[in-house]
Structures are given as C-alpha cells and as structure tokens.
Unconditional design. Structure first.
Length: 407
C-alpha cells in the first residue's frame, strides 16, 4: 500500500470513529458527528482514488486493508471492535460510496442493539474464511514500525483526541497519556537545531491540521525551552497547555461554532469556561496544579483585565502568561469562520503593541525573537514551500479589542 493511501485510510478510520463516538454521545445528526462524517468521506474517497473498492479485514485488534496491516492505533482497534461486536470481520467499501451511506452506517451503529444495515449499495459486510486468514500475508512488526515512527506526531495527536473524547463522556483524565503526548513533542524538538529546536514544528502549522490545544502546547514548549527550562516542570508546562481550553468542552457546540457575533448571554457562557475547566481539573487526581492555574488564568491579561475577574493583588503564574501569548498567536494564525488568518510578522507587531498591557513584556519580546529566528530559518530552507503557498491574507490584519478569536 502506498504511503499516501495508508495515511488517507488512517484518517478515514480516525474521523469515522470520532463521528460514531459523537453519534452515540449525542445524536447521529449532531453538528460534530456530521462534520466528522464529512471528513471521513473525504479521506475515504482519497484513499480509494482510482481503485474500485477497499477491503477492510478485521483480525483481533488489527485492521488489514488490501493485504497490508495498518499501524496499530486507538482508532484501528476501535474500528475492529465495533464491527466484531456485530459479528462482522470483513467490510468492503466501493469507490461509489456516498456520504449518506456512511451516515446511515453510523446511525445504525450508534445503537448497540441495531444490526448492520444491509441496504447500502456501496458497503458490503461479511466474515473471513480460514483460507482467507492464512493467505493474507500480514507483514512483520518490524515492517510496520518505520511508518509508525514517521507518523509519531499524528499518533500523539490521536491519543490526545481520545483523551478529549473521554472527558466529553464524563470520564477522568488519563494524565499519563497527556505526559506521553508532551514527552513525544519534547523528544522531537530535541532532534532539531539548538537555536530553533522547539519552534521548528511551527512550519507545519499551515500545512497540516492540528488541534488548537496541540498548537498551544508546541508554542508553550518553545517558549519554555528557549529559557532553558527542562525536566519535570517542562512536561508540566506542556500538559497545562494541552488542557488550557478544557473548559470549552462544557460549552454548547452551537455557541462554539457560531459564525456571527455572540449575544450577551452566549458571551457570558463563554466567559465561564476558565472557571469550569479549573473546577473540573481539581477533581482529577494526578493533574499538575500548574494546569489548574493555567486553565483558570489563560484569559487574564497582564494588567489583570480579561476574565474571570480577580483582585487587584492577584499574582499570575508565569506559565499562564506564556499560554496567553501562545493562545493569541494560534488564534490569529488560524482561519476562522468570521475572519482570515494573519501573517506571522503582523501578529508579532500586534504582540509588541500590546506588550505591557495585555501581554507580559519580556515574554512577548522573546516570542517575537523566536518568530524572527524561525523566519530566517525558513528562508534558508529552499525546499520549503514559498510563503504564498500558505494562502495567507493581509486583508484583516487589524486586531480589535472585541475580536472573538481569543476566547
């Protein structure tokens, strides 16, 4: 199987399982389930391309596609499990599959008592015979290891997504899983050149889809490592960044994704997410106390404006200041439904103009220096795509005080 095809198949499994999880948690028609189904369909069609069909064979916790076993992940295991629960070990999906067929499949599977639908023209279910299992020619673990290692950032992102789903389902946080995610990023950073060892992955932010929390984790680690911070405190800073927006999981989906201006009532609900997130973390043993402070403080500004309201004598944690800067950068760098992304240099100028009022002046200056150094490195890498390839725009590069992007 081609590397590109395997990547698309893995993406399909990931989005399909997330859609199914949301369909079970809410309803099959929930906006999050529908959005993930759309992504699953896109990835599946990309994986099939010119092929007539794809055959998924489910062996124990493994998924074999066209005689090639996929790297193990939480999504391959879950995909095999949900079909095996219904007595199915072979799924064939034709290239003509429509998104509505996937929606019908997820709708049926959202109810554990429902059988697999048999009226889907492009999806056929079955069981493997003994001879088919023998003839699969499953590759060795060594053959699987190399592509899995190359996909390490995605594997860690998958793990973080699983943790978020567990939180949404009301389960306790898997703290060891969070440290695994952060540890993987730290190890990756240390393989880079010393000057930019932590910030180098920023080049990828325009080319690949990463969650906002993961971006903020990368940026916080970059700031901390530039000051020589290491050891347990560095990992705690990373975990705090991953969890900084945990309170948003308790905000209704329709408010989070609303493209227009929020009403006063909706804005009041949004402003509650730092306190809700901090309270939630306090009930989870093993979560570093630093994370509780960062979750509560990440929307406080340097001059203590912002939210939630605190006393004039309040002393913010330095990691909260880092997170505020990282949060601002990633929000402005990302295209939203209500505005386009900003250029890195313009975000840097905005940071400096607000240093001393909204942002810690020393940390803001250090962050801009890191951005400048990153820009110099990008210029030296001829193989990197030109700036224009990132589809950046400058038509909306003015930061307004009421800008919703940093919420």
């Amino acid at each position: 199987m081609k590397t590109e095809t395997q990547r698309d198949v893995m993406a399909f499994l990931r989005f399909f399982i997330i859609a199914l999880s949301n369909a079970r948690m809410y309803t099959p028609g929930h906006p999050q389930a529908s959005r993930m189904l759309g992504k699953a369909h896109e990835s599946l069609r990309a994986a099939i391309e010119q092929n007539v069909r794809l055959s998924f064979m489910l062996l124990d916790d493994h998924v074999v596609v066209d005689n090639a076993r996929l790297p193990a992940s939480i999504y391959t295991e879950r995909f095999a499990e949900v079909f095996r629960e219904r007595g199915c070990s072979h799924v064939t999906i034709a290239g003509t599959v429509a998104e509505d067929e996937l929606r019908a499949l997820v709708g049926a599977m959202a109810e554990p008592s429902q059988p697999l639908p048999q009226n889907l023209p492009s999806v056929v279910f079955g069981n493997l015979t003994l001879s088919e299992r023998v003839e699969l020619g499953i590759p060795t673990d060594e053959e699987i290891l190399l592509p899995l290692l190359k996909d390490l950032p995605q594997a860690e992102l998958d793990q973080f997504q699983e943790i978020q789903e567990a939180i949404q389902a009301g389960k306790r946080i898997n703290v060891s899983g969070l440290y695994n995610v952060v540890g993987g990023f730290v190890n990756t950073f240390r393989q880079e050149q010393p000057v930019l060892k932590a910030l180098a992955p920023l080049r990828l932010l325009d080319e690949y889809t990463y969650t906002h929390s993961t971006n903020v984790c990368v940026l916080n680690l970059a700031q901390a490592m530039s000051f020589g911070i290491d050891g347990q405190i560095l990992h705690d800073i990373g975990v705090a960044a991953l969890l900084h927006d945990i309170g948003k999981l308790f905000i209704p989906e329709d408010i989070l994704t609303k493209p227009g201006k929020l009403t006063d009532r909706e804005w009041q609900i949004v402003r509650q997410h730092p306190a809700k997130g901090a309270r939630y973390l306090m009930d989870n043993p093993g979560v570093p106390r630093l994370a509780v402070a960062v979750v509560f403080e990440h929307h406080l500004k340097y001059n203590l404006s912002g939210y939630p309201s605190v006393a004039a004598s309040w002393q913010q944690n330095i990691c909260s200041h880092m997170t505020t800067i990282s949060d601002f950068f990633d929000a402005m760098r990302t295209t939203r439904s209500y505005r386009t992304s900003m250029r890195k240099e313009n975000i840097g100028m905005a940071l400096m103009s607000l240093a001393g009022s909204e942002f810690h002046p020393v940390l803001a200056k250090n962050f801009v220096l890191l951005l400048d150094a990153l820009g110099e490195k990008e210029k030296q890498q001829k193989q990197s795509p030109p700036e224009s390839a990132h589809q950046e725009t400058s038509g909306n590069d003015t930061v307004k005080p009421e800008d919703r992007s940093v919420v």
